[in-house]
Design a protein. Sequence first.
Length: 264
Amino acid sequence: MTNTANQSQPFYIWEGVYHDFQAAESEANGAGFGSDVYRSRSLLAATECLVALKSDSPIPAFHKQRSTHLPLVVAMMLRDKPQVKILDFGGGLGIGYMTLAESIPADLHRIEYTIVEVPEVCQSGMDFHAGLGGGVIYTSDLPIFANFHLIHAASSFQYVELWQDLVAKFSALTPEYILLSDVFAGSIKPYVTLQNYYESKIPHWFLNLNELLGAFEHYGYRLAMKSYATSRRLDVEDTLPMANFPEALRLSQSLHLLLQKNKK
């Protein structure tokens, strides 16, 4: 007879279904992206990217999987502008910026790159980039008066409780393009779950794609491009490991979405 009590429990990235953020937050725990674990792993990933850049080697694909379309969009914009101002919402230690340094190094001086992050990550980011001669600006507050040509949000939208308000704030910065990478949205009823992130449980949206696009359309942004994200999670390639959810709530893949401001 098998002793099931001694068998290890399977690990799931996401667990639980909640109707709103507050219900999920009541069962959340840990420091999340302010934790020492997150900072140490982010520093390791950023350092590996930097080593690759300095040795003229490719940045590991796993690290830049959420910045796949960023260099192409920026290169396209640099064709028509002397400078491109980029706001990277939730940009961590600047892997997006290093992806640009890898792809379009000759024009990196024409890019102004601002990262919005939690205060703990901002400090780590400033310390990391100080040794590189700058190039990245950090702030813990979303700017409200500045104008940006491009807003990039890579795998960060899902952690914002009032995401509709974030759409409005992005739009108020009047970017020509908004690039959302690794977006958890599809033909599903929206819900909140808890993401298991090391010692933390973090509220995490799964969104309805039409609702998300409709919110941007309200502020004059149209969908210019949609592609499926390639990723690796729990050693599973390109398919989100969601077998513990009802089929109607599962997404097979996350998305990359490029939104463009309508011309008047």
